[in-house]
Design a protein around this ligand. Structure first.
Ligand SMILES: [Zn+2]
Length: 850
């Protein structure tokens, strides 16, 4: 198929006529700078950076450029601030006045009449939705030159912050690949190689995380650095530029239902206003578009919802295209969609957004201020305080407070005993609540109150259950901390927790103890264990509870004895202390292995934790996200060495070099055949350990020698008995399919915490579950985590799905010869934000089979 080459007619010329020549002659357009027309090829990230730097260098009085961070692969992350010369001259005052008005900075703001609205535009969060960072080059040029009188006026009313590429690693993965394989003359046939992006695709970042699911959790370096500058600016308007499949035209707000109930009337109204403003330009050019479908405002971790819960009006814009589209592609209706057209559409939406904010500047600013006023004085929702128990949970509390700090959520600690009435997250019931000193107290009366409510709400109200993503996420469940939401305010608080028992390590006479003890119940403790192992320190773990020096220790407690670590000599103490300090873990020295009650340290119930050599499968057939979550876990969370192995090499794995093999989610039909499966089983029988997740579990279940089997699906409809059951309504197809679905709900998993897979857990684990209960209890294995009857905590699950989840297997292990199979039917590393799940995975890795 030969492309009919469309010359790229710059949209600005169509839409915004009547330019007045200003400083433009001296500034190179993107085409002049790059040497090709936008749309003719994909621009590498380094060139995007060079062009923005060039504009900043040439027009410093209109564009200020900041490098706010770097990606995992070392590419710079940029923020360009563009406004009128007068505004650029007082940028810092504009920024700080904005923060003062909403209570995020102390002090009195200047006169409000001169305050411009702050508009933030984010491009290319999904790397292979690569049109964004092409169109932004034209947007930047036209804003900086401001030849159009309209643009000049908008820039008096607004400060425009532009992140030209949110995900440079993903973008370059796509752009580099495309530029390498594409024909000189674009081939628009969907069959051509330039439309078949290889594994893992350019959408996610380096660790294959979807950065548009990470705004609220901020587990990725890119998000963490971006949130710092976002909080420094706090824009009133945020637009996030995407692409969808090639068959769809263009999507702009208003967004689809469900809206989260805390999206305010003004935010809803402005969604409409923005839609109307976009419509003008799209109608004028006869471009197709749709609104109010597919892209909802519920899950709080998107580039539209997270800013929304921070008071902004925030939109997703979607152009038809993505990684399949290349520079030109023939769609099913025979039209050719070109990169140049895609650029024009995002360009139009970018300018229309700035225009809408400029036109209603006063109201945009007033409503924003009102939002924060309301947050501080009359917060949304029935609960006014969130209370978390901290006793014996320093690791979890440490992780949580670091998270709250990043979100600029303020917290204090209870200083006195008192009581209130509220909701208990563990039991799911409301009743009296005891408040004790050192409980973590998060008051709803603060600027980020709506965000707090959304992140902590026990139940998310759905006005419609058709949503794009998970439907529950409550932070107390994610961190595995006992928590309550209270109707009242807690007044007896202090900024710092009362000093806990002084570190026993410093006590005289304990310089060379018999052993060190460390409690184990959080990701932090897991990080500590991983650090000890990588420093070749021998660590033991108790399978049974014991009491020593008047303290109770649960199964999973780490014991570092001098015995076994002789070769370190006196260096052992300094090494243990250094690692404990760096993770904030408290280690307790003891002078004897003879415990008050329970098992002594020489008991056979106290096992050595071996330092396993770990392989992790990646490549064709494996879910990029599933692999990436495990990869990120090893490298960035527990800092433990891992060998990533390509699936094409499965049949010639160096089995003898591996102790553990992690099989992430994927389609294993294509990865190993009968011969491969037999190799795997032989290796397990010889002492290997497989950790199978999701799709890998599904592949092993029911196979010979594997103890896990699927549940039988009962034939629920008897057509013979009732032929009318066959009459379905076409228009309700999507809705009736919902009864079969679980959309990321939180469920109460009953846990056998005497098993090493559940060390550090209580008898209940709250799991984020996305799969319908597919498995029976195992007859020849350990059913460590199961769903029984009263299982539902929160989130959406259809009627049929809920029934099926009852009496089903969630995680457990099977012994096979001298080895182990660990089945994790739901991914405990999902998006790296379910912190309690990380301990479960860590147990599978270090504790099971010792
Ligand atoms: Zn996208």
């Amino acid at each position: 198929m030969i492309l009919k080459r469309l010359s790229f007619l710059l949209l600005g010329l169509i839409l915004f006529a009547g330019r007045a020549p200003l400083q433009a002659q001296s500034l190179k357009s993107p085409q002049q700078f790059l040497g090709y027309k936008l749309g003719d090829q994909f621009t590498p990230h380094a060139q995007i950076v060079r062009y923005v730097e060039y504009l900043a260098g040439q027009a410093p009085n209109r564009l200020k450029l900041q490098t706010y961070g770097h990606t995992y692969e070392g590419r710079p992350l940029l923020l360009a601030t563009i406004s009128s010369e007068a505004n650029v001259n007082r940028l810092e005052a504009i920024r700080t006045d904005n923060l003062k008005r909403i209570g995020l900075m102390p002090g009195q703001a200047g006169a409000s009449g001169t305050q411009p609205a702050i508009v933030w535009l984010s491009y290319n969060v999904h790397g292979n939705e690569s049109v964004s960072s092409e169109s932004v080059l034209q947007v930047l040029y036209d804003l900086v030159t401001a030849q159009d009188a309209n643009i000049a006026r908008w820039l008096q009313n607004t400060v425009v912050l532009i992140d030209p590429c949110v995900n440079p690693d993903g973008r370059d993965r796509y752009a580099t690949w495309h530029n390498q394989v594409a024909n000189q003359m674009p081939n628009a046939s969907p069959l051509a190689r330039e439309h078949q992006e290889p594994w893992p695709g350019g959408r996610p970042n380096h660790y294959l995380f979807d950065l548009n699911r990470d705004w609220a959790w901020q587990t990725q370096k890119e998000s963490q650095q971006r949130i710092v500058v976002y909080n420094q600016w706090m824009p009133q308007v945020h637009a996030d530029f995407h692409e969808m499949g090639v068959e769809s035209p263009y999507y702009f707000s208003p967004a689809a239902k469900p809206f989260h109930e805390n999206v305010t009337p003004w935010q809803r109204q402005f969604q409409q206003i923005i839609g109307e403003n976009n419509r003008k330009y799209f109608d004028k050019n006869n471009w197709l578009y749709f609104t109010r479908e597919t892209f909802d405002l519920l899950y709080p971790s998107y580039g539209d919802t997270w800013p929304t819960f921070n008071g902004a009006i925030a939109m997703t814009y979607e152009q038809g295209g993505s990684g399949r589209a290349g520079r030109a592609i023939v769609t099913s209706n025979g039209d050719t969609l070109t990169l140049a057209q895609r650029i024009a559409h995002h360009y139009a939406a970018s300018l229309a957004t700035i225009e809408a904010a400029s036109d209603r500047k006063e109201q945009v600013l007033q409503e924003y201020q009102k939002y924060y006023q309301q947050a501080r004085t009359n917060p949304a929702g029935p609960y006014k305080t969130y209370l978390l128990k901290t006793k014996n949970q320093p690791g979890k509390v440490n992780q949580l407070t670091r998270y709250l700090d990043r979100q600029q959520i303020k917290y204090t600690y209870a200083s006195k005993n008192s009581s209130d009435f509220g909701f208990d997250y563990t039991t799911g019931k409301s009743g009296p609540v005891k408040i004790e000193p050192n409980d973590l107290v998060i008051s709803a009366y603060q600027p980020k109150s709506t965000l707090i409510k959304v992140l902590f709400e026990p139940v998310t109200k759905l006005e419609d259950s058709l949503t794009y993503d998970i439907t529950s996420w409550a932070i107390p469940y994610a961190y595995g901390l006992p928590a309550y939401s209270l109707k009242g305010r807690v007044t007896n608080v202090t900024d710092k927790p009362a000093a806990t028992a002084t570190k026993a390590m410093a006590t005289a006479g304990n310089e060379r103890p018999y052993a060190y003890l460390a409690r184990y119940n959080s990701l932090t403790d897991l990080q500590f264990l991983s650090a000890l192992l990588t420093h070749n320190i021998k660590v033991r773990v108790t399978e049974k509870a014991f009491e020593a020096d008047g303290q109770q220790y649960t199964p999973g407690t780490l014991i570092i004895t001098r015995t076994g670590n002789e070769r370190l000599g006196p260096k052992l103490d300094a090494l243990v202390k250094a690692q404990a300090d760096s993770f904030g873990v408290q280690v307790v020295p003891t002078q004897t292995g003879f415990v008050t009650s329970g098992v002594d340290f020489g008991s056979s119930s106290v096992r050595s934790v071996r330092k396993p050599k770990v392989g992790l499968l990646a490549g064709e057939g494996i879910s990029p996200y599933g692999f990436g979550e495990a990869w990120h876990f090893f490298e960035q969370q527990i800092h433990y060495p891992v060998s990533v192995i390509e699936t094409v090499n499965f049949n010639r794995l160096p089995w003898q070099q591996l102790d553990v093999l992690v099989l992430p989610d994927g389609n294993y039909q294509t990865i190993f055949d009968e011969k491969g499966l037999n190799q795997l089983k032989d290796w397990i029988r010889n002492g290997g350990k497989v950790i199978a997740l999701e799709g890998a579990v599904a592949h092993l279940a029911g196979k010979r020698d594997f103890a896990l089997i699927k549940k039988k699906v009962e034939d629920t409809i008897n057509f013979k008995k009732d032929p009318y059951k066959a009459l379905k309504i076409y228009g309700e197809a999507e809705r009736s399919a919902l009864s079969e679905l679980v959309q990321g709900g939180i469920y109460r998993v009953t846990v056998d915490n005497t098993h090493p897979l559940a060390f550090g857990f209580n008898s209940t684990y709250f799991s984020l579950i996305q799969e319908v209960g597919n498995y029976q209890f195992m007859q020849n294995g350990w059913n460590v985590g199961v769903l029984k009857k009263d299982i539902y905590a929160t989130g959406f699950a259809g009627i049929k799905a809920r029934k099926r989840l009852q009496d089903s297997f969630v995680f457990g292990t099977q012994e096979m010869g001298r080895g182990q199979v660990v089945y994790l039917t739901n991914n405990p590393l999902f998006r790296a934000f379910w912190h309690s799940g990380k301990l479960l995975f860590g147990n599978a890795l270090f504790m099971v089979g010792q």
